[in-house]
Design a protein around this ligand. Sequence first.
Ligand code: NDP
Length: 258
Amino acid sequence: MLDLTGKNALVTGIANNRSIAWGIAQQLHQAGANLGVTYLPDEKGRFEKKVRELVEPLNPSIFLPCDVQNEPQIEEGFQTIAAQWGKLDILIHCLAFANKEDLSGEFSATSREGFTQALEISSYSLTRLAKAAKPLMNEGGSIVTLTYLGGVKVIPNYNVMGIAKSALEMSVRYLAAELGPKNIRVNAISAGPIRTLASSAVGGILDMIHHVEQVAPLRRTVTQTEVGNTAAFLCSDLASGITGQIIYVDAGYEIMGM
Ligand code: NDP
């Protein structure tokens, strides 16, 4: 049975009720996990208020700001987790960012700053958070990140985010190899396109979704709940033999050649 009772799970990347991380948090909660939630702080505190209200029904015992570009914030956050929880069992890395102008048009036009920022936020952050989580995963653990087919194949307009996802997927493998002896498993879910704040920045996302609905074996896209169910599975003992993998939750689209 899928049971996460007694497990402490930190979920990053909830922006609103469309976020994939929100689907994951709900499924982890349903499986009995004790939740911690991070949000990206803004100057006016609007994101904090919005995310706090959204996650309230899941009773998170930790609620923290975490901008993955902010070193002191990461350190403070994990100190709080160490003090309050003592151990961490599950880390959900569900965030990404690239400038809107770098998510359409010619890939060769990507700016140096845009490239660096996209890779730092969307790829390096997994390694940084895994480093912080490692000493707290003293009873083993599970780290799950979110990727997309655009990291493996060319998808129009995905551009610099494809490079970031490619680096992210390879990071999953290096982290899995390093952390495996501590019984920490690291996997990625490659989700099919879902309408969210982040995906709306990708040029032509609606056409992409429409195409998937016509071509994918299941003739539809996937939901946040389906991704959340797979994440809960990967975090549970049912997946104890799985690490370093990219699991496609995409209604089968990835297998199609045409
Ligand atoms: P959301 O916009 O809901 O989530 C993206 C999250 O990343 C937001 O919470 C955002 O915060 C956060 N974020 C951005 N920059 C930072 C930062 N510097 N520090 C901390 N958090 C940050 O979109 P999704 O749910 O779609 O995205 C979640 C993950 O799923 C991403 O990795 C995405 O690439 C991946 N994915 C999405 C697919 C899709 O079609 N939607 C398909 C496959 C993978 P805020 O909004 O407050 O700025």
